[in-house]
Ligand binder design. Sequence first.
Ligand code: COA
Length: 261
Amino acid sequence: MADFKNILTDVKNGVLYLTVNREDKMNALNFDTLEELKVIFEEVSDNKEIKAVIITGSGEKAFVAGADISEIASLNEVNARKFAENGQEIFSKIENCHKPVIAVNNGYTLGGGCELAMACHMRIATANAKFGQPEVNLGIIPGYGGTQRLTILIGRGKANELMMTGDMIGAEEAKTLGLVNYVLPTKEEALGKAEEIIAKILSKAPLAIGMIIDCVNSVYVPDENGFQTEANSFARCVKSGDYKEGTSAFLEKRQPHFKGE
Ligand code: COA
């Protein structure tokens, strides 16, 4: 994986660690950082060395405190639509990635940062994390899919409240609402929890994991019949060597060795 200006990358034990690295700007997502995310996720799909991704922010104060307001301040109606569509496309790439992607929310997770976290397959927060969609304070609304993903994750009433008031909520409340899966005291422990979950996932059949991601995401696609997607994906699993291996291993009372084929 190449080096990037705004995102640190490190691959260890098949896990790509992405650290948004603009600590003096609360890791705000400027256009360049977003483009870097796009390039990275284009490579993640094809790179056999990478089996899972963890995204976090530099330092202890912020995961990502939103899109970069200094750039947002000069949008016009035409480029604003493109700005939103471009961000939505990049975040969809993350959401549709067939390898598990976990956000470790180590502090402020606001605006585009909350939207980035919600595009990941799961979220694990540190105790000091704060979540919110404060765009309304700037006279705008979430534009990177937040109105959709927040509503699906926490329900319409609470999503409306958070987006209309711009209020921030703490990590424990985010967990109660289903926005995050776990809250751990420190960033190190939150990363450890993400690694533990990834290790478990990586011991399963990779094709099945990719298909779970497709089926779960089909809930968002209005024209798609998710039940049909599930039945089709189920049938595709049965064509795989991993299906033969998984069922044989159970019957032979041994651990399966999946190859992703
Ligand atoms: N875009 C650009 N710069 C940002 C930013 C953002 N979304 N969030 C923080 N920063 C910058 C600040 O301007 C400041 O830069 P400076 O030192 O050059 O002045 C630096 O990061 C530190 O932020 P600061 O506000 O001094 O820290 P704080 O601890 O007092 O407050 C926040 C932290 C996150 C509560 C506050 O920065 C904030 O409200 N940020 C904006 C959040 C937001 O509205 N996001 C949605 C954007 S669409």
